[in-house]
Write a protein that binds this ligand. Sequence first.
Ligand SMILES: Cc1cc2nc3c(=O)[nH]c(=O)nc-3n(C[C@H](O)[C@H](O)[C@H](O)COP(=O)(O)OP(=O)(O)OC[C@H]3O[C@@H](n4cnc5c(N)ncnc54)[C@H](O)[C@@H]3O)c2cc1C
Length: 486
Amino acid sequence: MAVSPASSSTEQSVLVVGGGIAGLLSARMLARKGFKVTVVEGRAHLGGAVGSHQLAGMVLDAGAESFATRSTVVSDLLQELGLKDKIVLPNSLGSWLYLPTGAKPSPSTGLMGIPGSFDDPALKATLSASGIARARMDKFLPASVGAKAKTLGELVRARMGQQVLDNLVAPVVSGVHSVHPDKLDVDVVTPGLKDAMLRLGSLAAAAGSIRKAAPAGSAVAGIEGGMNQLSEALVQDLQRMHVRIMTGFNVIAVDRDPVTGEWTLIQRRSDVGARPIAISAPNLVMATDGPTAVRILGSHLPAHAVPSIKAGPEIALVSLVVDKPELDRAPRGTGLLISDQVTNVRAKALTHASAKWQWVADKLGEGRHVVRLSYGRSSDANSPLSEVALHDDQLITLALHDASKLLGTNISPKQLVDADVVRWQGAMPAPKAGHKEKIVAFRQSLDQLEGVCAVGAWLSGTGLVAVTKDTHAVIEAYADELLNHH
Ligand SMILES: Cc1cc2nc3c(=O)[nH]c(=O)nc-3n(C[C@H](O)[C@H](O)[C@H](O)COP(=O)(O)OP(=O)(O)OC[C@H]3O[C@@H](n4cnc5c(N)ncnc54)[C@H](O)[C@@H]3O)c2cc1C
């Protein structure tokens, strides 16, 4: 392919492919260490899954809207970026579950819906007497039961039975990961859980101990004005450090000069007839989704070291702004997670954003509300019956119907002030059983390539805490190696 060089490179320059949080954070760390950094992002906007959209004149989060407080990595980062004072906690209204038996307040659970104890009276509303009796057996079963489980679903079913899985764990896990716990690698979605279970002899004790180890109080926090401000602050910091940022640069391939070892990014150009533009540097950080990283780097690795990584499910988020004073009393707390056994509602989760975040309520005023419904369970993502295949206006109609059922009050199209549909393709990786071994092997094989590393949620696990922690560790080691090498 004929290419026209667009940049000169220095020894210490690094190309970062992907401008999501992992890419922006990598660029920031490297720039602070004195590297000359260029970030290339395929889309027009930076931040990836941490982005914004406009609804009824307000800027709201289009993707991630909170971060877990189990670790301080995100709040430390926010402090460095001058956003510490804007950290807010969600209103403590609690959340609900929507089960085939109707809407029920969520019992307080240990981890990912797994009960940490069976004392919570709310459990009685979500599990039958026999379901609770089966779950309690967890305490008496030998620790070896479930020890070989590869998926979170297998582990929960073996220790606590099907009802705990269906009514408590699956709604939470599907809400967070869009994938049923039967399909998720237990060591990736709940790191440390199986080891704690083997040590403590019960899954409830393990879930409870992991929960206790986290700081007291709310499990998540947000930013006044939205998590999208994290992306914006990172971009501003990069601009201050003169990091070169190129948006609309969709990398289709990476070449490597066999003599100099330089990496060259080749871009897909949308304008017909335009020559592809190439950009080169000796060092490369891949911060895209998994399938893209594997496709682009795969040709530089031995065939056996190229893992097969499937794209995560397509998700559609439907945000509705409604004039509905009945919602002022937050009838379902901060929102609901929906069991996949339910047949009268198609959404998998609903967030009542104006009940959850005070800053949203203050901006809207009394009587006006924002609810956000998510669609697209992985089990049906490729089926023609999947809701994500619907047009935006059809999805909005469906969301109005679902929101009415879930919130227990009829919301008519006349009460709809504004609506928006945001679609995420593969933005939420689904770590299937065996994923952990695959990524360890992939990273080991990358070590054989000079000047390259990979970061991102497909390697670290979904969520801002996981991505931030992993990116810090990987880029720290990568930078050290580059500095010592040169
Ligand atoms: C809808 C949604 C809601 C979420 N909510 C939360 C939440 O509340 N709390 C939480 O902690 N986590 C949440 N998450 C998860 C969290 O947002 C992600 O784990 C994290 O943002 C992933 O960051 P990343 O940089 O790895 O990937 P991404 O954000 O996906 O960024 C990857 C970037 O690479 C770019 N790219 C891909 N291919 C190419 C190419 N060929 N050339 C150039 N660029 C390319 C993409 O355009 C994208 O910008 C949510 C995720 C989604 C999708």
